[in-house]
Design a protein around this ligand. Structure first.
Ligand code: HEM
Length: 187
């Protein structure tokens, strides 16, 4: 298969796609873990750790939104490596279906987080560089609803990421084909 070129080929993913894939994998898994951890911290009085972690979560979440835009742009303007030979049609369809949902959630999570933050009347600072503008005005009822929506989308995202990783590992370890290797830097 050879070591990766910069852009994708029909055989394998290139460096840009590989960096976007693994960088975002770490970022997104980290965001789910951080989200679940921080909301469980006690909410009594002025909890400095909780507030700091929520601000970090917001800034990283907004960075994930920017990365998702870059990733979709790269995906749409690049060759898509083909599936390994002999992959049954149902597996091709399920892979595409899972990939599509992963992309949808890559946008839905930061957007519901941003909307939630705006509806709650809270700022959305991106580290100390800039404040993202409010998407909507304060709305207590919508704020509560968006907290639930964001939570359940987060859990669905974690489940899909686990399914996607399990499928990739099955190809690598059980079927011993090139599916995972196409997304790895080695030759
Ligand atoms: C891909 C990006 C993101 C992922 C995967 C993600 C994931 C999560 C998860 C799993 C939780 C914990 C939910 C729970 O257990 O109750 C959470 C909470 C939260 N997220 Fe995100 N999030 C993302 C982006 C954002 C963004 C961009 C913002 C705001 C600008 C944001 C704001 C929040 C807030 C404020 C909470 C706490 C909600 C509460 O008070 O219960 N998130 N997030």
């Amino acid at each position: 298969m050879g070591s990766p070129p910069l852009a994708n080929t029909a055989e394998r993913y290139g460096w840009i796609a590989i960096l976007l894939h693994w960088g975002m994998a770490a970022l997104l898994v980290g965001l789910v873990g951080l989200g679940i951890y921080m909301v469980r911290l006690p909410d009594v009085g002025y909890d400095r750790e909780k507030i700091t972690l929520i601000l970090v979560h917001k800034a990283l979440g907004m960075s994930a939104l920017a990365a998702a835009l870059a990733r979709v742009a790269w995906r749409l303007t690049n060759a898509l490596p083909r599936f390994v030979d002999g992959l049954p049609a149902w597996q091709q369809v399920s892979a595409l279906f899972v990939h599509l949902w992963l992309y949808a959630l890559m946008f839905a999570l930061p957007l519901t987080g941003w909307l939630m933050s705006s509806a709650g009347g809270y700022p959305t600072p991106i580290f100390s560089w800039l404040d993202a503008p409010d998407l909507i005005g304060p709305d207590e009822h919508l704020f509560r609803t968006l907290i639930d929506v964001h939570r359940w989308l987060g859990y669905a995202f974690a489940a899909l990421i686990a399914l996607h990783a399990a499928a990739a590992l099955r190809h690598h370890l059980v079927l011993k084909d090139h599916t995972l290797r196409k997304m790895l830097p080695g030759a």
